[in-house]
Design a protein around this ligand. Structure first.
Ligand code: GLA
Length: 374
C-alpha cells in the first residue's frame, strides 16, 4: 500500500509585515519546527484525520463540503484544502491522515498554513496530481480566504511551500515573483519568543487593518486626483502631498506600509551583502512602525523586543506575524542566547506575566514529500 509522509514547516516573517495584502514585499523564512502528515488512501469518499498535538479526531465526507460560517475548527482547514482542490478541478482521494506537530498551535508560527500546504501536498501525492508549489500555496490561501473565512495574504502559504534551508524567501506579492536570499548569519541564531498571548483580537483587528488600507487608497485618490491600485504604488511624495488632508489614522497606516516595503528592499540588499548588523537595524525600525503607526503590537511583544535589544550581541528584534500577541524574533549571537532568554523571563516575571516560550532556529526547508510503497 502507498503511504505518503509530508513534512511542512512553520514560518517566521523576517521583515515585511502586513504588506502582503497590500501587494507589497515580504521576506519570511521556513523554520526548523514542522508538521508531519502521514497519509494512506481509503477506498471510500471519506477523509479521517487525527491531530495528535490536539489529541482530536475528526472525519468528513468529500461530497459534503460547505464553507464555514462561525468560528473555524482545525478540521475546517483540511476541508478547505479539499474544497479548493476540487474547485480547481483536481481529484481528491479518500484518505486517512495522521498529523503530528512540533509547531506550537495558534501562536503565530503558521501552523494553519503548514497544515493546509501539508495536506494539499499529501493528497496530491496520493492522487498523482503534480501541482507546482506556487499553485499549491495559492490554492491553500483560497481555502483559508473562502472556505475557512480568514482574509490572510499569501505570505504564510508561500513560505511553507517554497522555503529553502539556509535562505530567506523574498516575495513580491504583486507579481508573486520570489527569490531565495542566503540567511545564515555566522555565529548567530534566530530566537523565537512566544509571548503566549492568545491573539483573540487578531482576526477582527486584522480585518480592520485591511479595511483601513482600502479606505486610505480611496481617500488618497480623492486628495491627489490619481488612482492607486494598492498601497504598493503609493510613493513617499504622494504621502507628503496628502499629509494633513488624509485622516491621521489612515496616514499612519499608509506611511507604515510604504516605509515597510522600503525596509524589505533594504533588507534584501543587506542580506545579499552579508550585512546582518544593517538588517538588525531594519528589524528594529519595522517593530517601531508596527508599534506606533500600524498599531498591531502589544505590551508583551514590546517588552520582549526592548529587553532583547538591551543585551549586547543582539543585532535586531521585532514582533513577527499578524501581531496582537503571538511571537517575536530576536537575531542574536549564539553566545548570548541564554542571557537573552533569562532577561526576558525575568522581565515577564516582574510584570507577573506567564513565562514565555523560546525556540531557537535557523532557516529551514520548505515542504517535502516522501512516498513509501509498503
Ligand atoms: C498573518 C497573515 C499573513 C500576513 C501577516 C502579517 O500571518 O496570514 O498573510 O498578512 O499576518 O504580515
Amino acid at each position: 500500500m502507498l503511504k505518503i509522509m509530508v513534512t511542512a514547516p512553520g514560518r517566521v516573517n523576517l521583515i515585511g509585515e502586513h504588506t502582503d495584502y497590500n501587494q507589497g514585499l515580504v521576506m519570511p523564512m521556513a523554520i526548523e519546527l514542522a508538521m508531519k502528515i502521514e497519509a494512506v488512501p481509503r477506498q471510500d469518499r471519506r477523509i479521517t484525520a487525527s491531530a495528535l498535538p490536539l489529541n482530536r479526531q475528526a472525519a468528513f465526507d468529500l461530497e459534503e463540503l460547505a464553507p464555514v460560517s462561525g468560528r473555524p475548527r482545525w478540521i475546517d482547514y483540511i476541508k478547505g484544502v479539499c474544497w479548493a482542490l476540487r474547485e480547481a478541478g483536481y481529484p481528491v482521494p479518500g484518505a486517512d491522515l495522521k498529523i503530528r506537530s512540533s509547531i506550537p498551535i495558534g501562536s503565530g508560527l503558521s501552523s494553519s498554513a503548514a497544515l493546509e500546504v501539508g495536506v494539499a501536498v499529501a493528497l496530491n501525492a496520493l492522487s498523482g496530481t503534480e501541482l507546482p508549489l506556487l499553485e499549491t500555496a495559492l490554492l491553500c490561501q483560497k481555502a483559508e480566504n473562502q472556505y475557512v473565512g480568514v482574509r490572510c495574504g499569501i505570505m504564510d502559504q508561500m513560505a511553507v511551500a517554497l522555503g529553502r534551508e539556509g535562505h530567506a524567501l523574498l516575495i513580491d506579492c504583486r507579481s508573486l515573483e520570489y527569490s531565495h536570499i542566503p540567511f545564515s548569519p555566522e555565529g548567530c541564531r534566530l530566537l523565537i519568543v512566544d509571548s503566549r498571548v492568545q491573539r483573540s483580537l487578531g482576526a477582527s483587528e486584522y480585518n480592520r487593518r485591511r479595511e483601513e488600507c482600502e479606505e486610505a487608497l480611496e481617500q488618497l485618490a480623492k486628495i491627489t486626483g490619481r488612482s492607486f491600485p494598492s498601497l504598493r504604488e503609493v510613493k513617499p511624495e504622494d504621502l507628503r502631498e496628502a499629509e494633513g488632508r488624509l485622516p491621521e489614522l489612515l496616514f499612519r497606516r499608509s506611511r507604515y506600509v510604504v516605509e515597510e516595503n522600503r525596509r524589505v528592499e533594504d533588507s534584501a540588499r543587506a542580506l545579499r551583502a552579508g550585512d546582518y548588523a544593517a538588517f538588525g537595524e531594519l528589524m528594529k525600525g519595522s517593530h517601531l512602525g508596527l508599534r506606533d503607526l500600524y498599531q498591531v503590537s502589544c505590551a508583551e511583544l514590546d517588552l520582549i523586543v526592548e529587553t532583547a535589544l538591551a543585551v549586547p550581541g543582539v543585532l535586531g528584534a521585532r514582533m513577527t506575524g499578524a501581531g496582537f500577541g503571538g511571537c517575536a524574533i530576536v537575531l542574536a549571537k549564539s553566545s548570548v542566547l541564554e542571557e537573552v532568554q533569562a532577561r526576558i523571563r525575568e522581565a515577564f516575571q516582574r510584570e507577573g506575566w506567564r513565562e514565555p516560550l523560546f525556540y531557537s532556529t535557523g532557516a529551514g526547508a520548505g515542504v517535502t514529500v516522501q512516498r513509501i510503497q509498503a
